[in-house]
Design a protein around this ligand. Structure first.
Ligand SMILES: Nc1ncnc2c1ncn2[C@@H]1O[C@H](COP(=O)(O)OP(=O)(O)OP(=O)(O)O)[C@@H](O)[C@H]1O
Length: 346
């Protein structure tokens, strides 16, 4: 049975100084799921998040929380009446309040002992038990963001909005905090929408991934769908490494330098085509095991190697594989079986 929809965004449009910055954005987020909006700088991710929070007016469309409209072009409910939690990139804590008072900020409706208990519970959740008396300046950047998360979670919001919450931290700490954040959100059954421009972060966090470009949502789907079946060349490129192999429809199949492939179910654009080939879908084997290819270069990356290959027709491809090949080696190359994804040639 499908879960109720916590957040519904329908045909959202926002402008700054008459300039459209978000247009026609629509998606639904079921209760208890985590979504990420991914896209390059300036594509409208933060504006979308701020509109959901009630911090930006809409010029068109509608935002609903649990089926109730909270924003449209005519009216919007104030942010504090939306039951949302928010975590921003940095400078989120009140510097003059202790950690405990920061976390207690949204708990004024509770009695003092219930409030203290909830503060301790939330600090334990973010792995900072016993730090309630410290002040923000006595914490590391990572600890400050954990406190910001505890503060946002404390009133049990119906939806948590996160805008690049760990962007100011170094990569290892960011990875660790992302994993913890996902565990905490799951454990709490929290619905969350996070903005990021980091593809790895989006892939590890999200049940639903929205890829934005130029104020529009180019695709909304699971990370696996977005990666395997990108809706556009841009989404393909933004969601991982790509090769583009020339292809044409002939004799009821897609003809490529790596052999014929079954036609995709979706209609193909007319004219010259290019097939999306992810590097890990290029299978490397003995020369008699596929189309001949020469290794042009090899980069050792620890767990695997990245190879630049040249097919007999001159086409070059990225591939990944074990460390056993050297520049100049002749290999047999084939493609992993997967539904073909093609776009009009660039
Ligand atoms: N207050 C503002 N006034 C005018 N233009 C703005 C304002 N805020 C954002 N913009 C513009 O709106 C567009 C979308 O900005 P937004 O912050 O939503 O993008 P973003 O995808 O979140 O980018 P980033 O990843 O860099 O934060 C950009 O072109 C930006 O320059």
């Amino acid at each position: 049975m499908s879960r109720p929809v916590a957040l519904s965004v329908l045909d959202l449009a926002c402008r700054y100084q008459q300039q459209p910055v978000v247009q026609g954005v629509s998606f639904e987020l079921p209760e208890g799921d985590i979504a990420c909006l991914l896209g390059p700088s300036g594509c409208g991710k933060t504006t979308t998040l701020r509109a959901i929070a009630g911090l930006e007016p809409l010029t068109g469309g509608r935002i609903q929380l649990h089926g109730r409209t909270v924003s449209n072009a005519e009216a919007q409910r104030p942010p504090e009446q939306r039951g949302l939690g928010m975590v921003f990139q940095e400078h989120a804590l009140f510097p003059h309040l202790s950690v405990g008072d920061n976390v207690a900020f949204g708990l004024r409706q509770l009695g003092s002992s219930a409030r203290r208990a909830r503060v301790e519970e939330c600090l334990a959740l973010v792995q900072l038990p016993g730090l309630a008396r410290r002040y923000p300046h006595e914490l590391s950047g990572g600890q400050q963001q954990r406190v910001a998360l505890a503060r946002a979670l404390a009133p049990r919001p119906a939806l948590l909005l996160l805008d690049e919450p760990f962007a100011s931290l170094d990569l290892d700490l960011r990875r660790q905090l992302n994993q913890e954040l996902r565990r905490i959100l799951r454990q709490q059954g929290m619905t969350a929408l996070m903005v990021t421009h980091d593809q790895d972060e989006a892939f590890t966090m999200a049940d639903h991934l929205g890829v934005m470009r130029g104020g529009k949502l180019e695709q909304w789907g699971s990370p696996e769908q977005v990666y395997a079946c990108p809706a556009s060349r841009f989404v393909a490129q933004f969601s991982g490494s790509t090769n583009w192999l020339p292809a044409r429809v002939e004799a009821g199949a897609l003809q490529t330098a790596l052999g014929p492939l079954p036609l995709p179910a979706a209609a193909l654009p007319a004219g010259a085509l290019e097939l999306l080939v992810r590097p890990e879908a290029v299978l490397l084997g003995p020369l008699d095991g596929g189309q001949p290819a020469r290794v042009l270069s090899r980069e050792f990356l620890g767990g695997h190697c990245r190879y630049r290959l040249q097919l007999a027709c001159g086409t070059e491809l990225w591939a990944r594989g074990s460390s056993g090949h050297r520049p100049g080696d002749q290999l047999g190359v084939s493609l992993m079986a997967a539904p073909a994804v093609c776009f009009a040639a660039d």
